[in-house]
Ligand binder design. Sequence first.
Ligand SMILES: [Zn+2]
Length: 494
Amino acid sequence: MCAICEATRASETGSGSGGGLLHKSAARGAGASGTRAQPMPRSTGRAGERILIRNGHVLSMDPGVGDHVRADVLVSGKSIEAIGPDLDAGGAEVIDAEGMIVMPGFIDTHHHQFETALRSFLADAILINDGKPHSLFNYYEHILQTFSVVYRPQDVHINELFGSLSQLDAGVTTVMDVSQIHHSPEHSDAVIAALKEAGRRSVFGYFEGWGDKTRYPGDAARLRKQYFSSDDQLLSMVMGGEIYLPGHEESWRIGRELSLPIALHVVGTFGMASTFDDLAQAGKFGADNIFIHMTGMSDMAWEKVADSGAHVSLAVPIEMTMRHGMPPLQKCLDRGIQPSLSSDVECTMTADFFTQMRATLTLQRAFLNEAALAGEESDQHLLTSRDVIRLATLEGAKGLKLEQKTGSLTPGKEADIILLDARAINVAPLNHVPGAVVTLMERSNVDTVMVAGKIRKWRGELVDVDIDRLRGELEASRDYLFEKAGIKQDLFRA
Ligand SMILES: [Zn+2]
């Protein structure tokens, strides 16, 4: 055992007065874990390369693989080859995962990454000007009607890239990017170039754009052919089919003609309930639909959603803070619908998934706990930390039609794997793996991130990313967007 580990052990057991200090000073140079001095294994995800992630606490999220207090994950090329204790993997490069939770990367099924330069701008705002109190400062008028229309392709590119890398840093290995920014084919190409450059599993959500150069929805056929003709790549495509826009029937028709899933926001306060009812009654829903939010919808429509096998994506913190209506989590669960989780917009809330999971867990438990205190009998299941991890991983993969590739640690699936540091000061000592992930951890605990067998974050640092340069580009984009939109920058706006 090395000096750092010995000191850590001594300080955790209280058997060494100077141990904690020794560890702290050593950690400044070597990282918070004794394994951090290890050089990064060569990893490109190419066939023939093998990496053994050794001696981690494995939370596979696959019932067939199960949980392992201590096990190895063998990665071969871009895929998971085997999971189990003491794997024999002669020739493989080894990642020491002692003290780490090894689990599938998180999956965000709805994130507007083009808004990254506007982070925190709308922290205190609501969704639309609904004529009710506090609605003058709102998302629809400020972001969609003011900022988004002035974006150039280069703004799209840096916003998308920075947002992607930030989520990768937080262990979110898959995203559906909802890019409502297709003002021209060049804007669309810029989105795809950035998603590709980020090296993350990304679903390109082809949503609307504004102005006379927009080719939405008709350009979908070109994009599909040019960028998404192969299934053997990190990028896939979803068609946006917003029902609050005129002509959504055409978007749905094109999406189905191109065999693309069709995603859309469904928000009662946006006046969509009657259109959604009409579609429900006309039998238009299918397993290819991804419905986002689903706040304020009729029971009839919910039954049709459940019957159709459509997917539901919930952005719980956003729905609560922006007045979308109460997140319909229990409505999903009562009908056997397993929703996925989504971050939505960083102009109002962080896109890290620890926040998503905690909000989802505490909201559902608050309602059921209150009912129990009121003396109500209920057979409803009180959500557990493992449940919300499943929503944040496997259910997201299913919703995006990617469950053959990702969402769990399963031999044969691609290796989208995160290592979470369970020895960190905000987590140790480890007493319950899913509980630690959901109730204690945050992005600083994301030690290592792998996407399709390629290491993208190593021991706390993104790999091959010049953050200073990218931040400079993002700030320049932010300055342009505010100026062009005629909105004053004000760091302490009341
Ligand atoms: Zn959204």
